[in-house]
Design a protein around this ligand. Sequence first.
Ligand code: NOJ
Ligand code: CA
Length: 564
Amino acid sequence: MKKIASTSDPLWYKDAIIYELHVRAFADSNNDGIGDLPGLMSRLEYLKDLGITCIWLLPFFPSPLRDDGYDISNYTDVHPAYGTLGDFKAFLDAAHLRGLQVMIELVVNHTSDQHPWFKAARQAPPGSAERNMYVWSDSEEKYKDARIIFTDTEKSNWTWDDTAKAYYWHRFFSHQPDLNYDSPLVMEEMLKAMRFWLDMGVDALRLDAIPYLCERDGTSCENLPETHAAVKTLRSAIDAGYANRLILAEANQWPADVRPYFGDGDECQMAFHFPLMPRIYMALRQEDRLPITDIMAQTPPIPDNCQWALFLRNHDELTLEMVTNDERDYMYFAYSADPRMRINVGIRRRLAPLVDNNRRRIELLNSLLLSFPGTPILYYGDEIGMGDNIYLGDRNGVRTPMQWTSDRNAGFSKCDPARLYLPVVMDPIYGYQVVNVEAQLSDQSSLLHWTRNMIALRKLFQVFGRGTLTFLNPSNRKILAYLRELNQGDGFRETVLCVANLSRFAQPVTLDLADYAGCEPVEMLGYVRFPTVTRDPYVLTLAPYSFIWLELQVASAVEEMPVD
Ligand code: NOJ
Ligand code: CA
């Protein structure tokens, strides 16, 4: 008997709205300055009211926390600062009770150097099974075609280990040795860890850093056939024992290289669309739709049971790895005036500061996130327009405590402010005194209310998560116009026209909607009827940075609606 997830729809992830958060950053229940699982539990109603349907938790496992928990020292327990396994189970049940799915991390590529497997490996004789759980070499020459990812901290993918008297391989920090997927023991252990959480009822797993599982000389050591074989093994173990679960590939690659992570529908059901994200920002800054339409044209079709994961920001830097050199220069110029805003190959800022706290630009970007084909992922705090702190090290500037109220420590914790895991944002624009949940809940025109309304609207139309995408080609390139269509063949049909003005000035546009002549467009936020579509060009005028979503209804459906 397969163990079923908390939802009965095997394609639930296609209609999901995912909310990414770190337990440490969300709410502190015992006032030690560190967010914890009981704290998170106490905020579940907030998330439910926001309308999100799936919570993605960043790593909460035992860890020295030198990479915010992506450096794991035990895969099947909870970091004591965040609570206990019992607390996790209680959180999971409470989330499920509210109809929320839960996604956690499966950090498959590497462990902490403090993991018992690594401690044993460095002591074990060369060639032994224990030693071979990691990747060793006598020289740094091996795999030299592999790029370095953390360019600001690491000079090599090899680090000398004096105990082992050999180099070990790591694609990220030197304290994160890569596991060796040529060793059957590694897959066995990873399957054990995976089953541990799936048995408990976790709905989804994000597979961290998945392109780097296997290494072969003379290659970039990314996306190798052996790596895909390993992903297929994980997936078939899930399919054998569980139903309605999801695995999400974190593969920061070009669309053509991400496509194989969907396999024939037998690898990951979802994968992040990394190249789309910077191009959304580029299109906005250039006031030109081309970067978006261009990358979408390069995006191959994916199997029916699969889905793209879309995001504007996350816990890492806004990565600029999947852009050309010219595009990267442009992005740095446009979005990181202060060199402190840059890290590795990217920009460490939150959504609101990236767009100069311009409400219309925030809304416009979110409208794209919510209406492009795929499942949107919101990063905690962006729903209230939280700011960042570029003076904190690494990527910590975008990982500060959630701002709940204007009270001490933003209502996140009652501890001595000096004890907080990171300081709360306190500047006059984004500081917690101004930007917080409590204030925005009581302000009907806040970003929080707007976000909630948009999520609710999106959830009413399955077309957003499941429909096709067709770009229109109006001559005004400052306008991005596209149709989302879902025709399920059983009479169920949804057609939505989305039009976005990427410019800071008002723009006219004429659209060729001849194929939809006779349709009655209805503006979806206000349920306002627009002029009937004819075979003639359809004319719209859009205010600066505005967008409009029109449902194209067949004439009979709106017969009863009054026209002003
Ligand atoms: C990807 C994660 O998103 C990032 O935060 C982490 O530093 C690397 N994997 C390495 O673990
Ligand atoms: Ca705590």
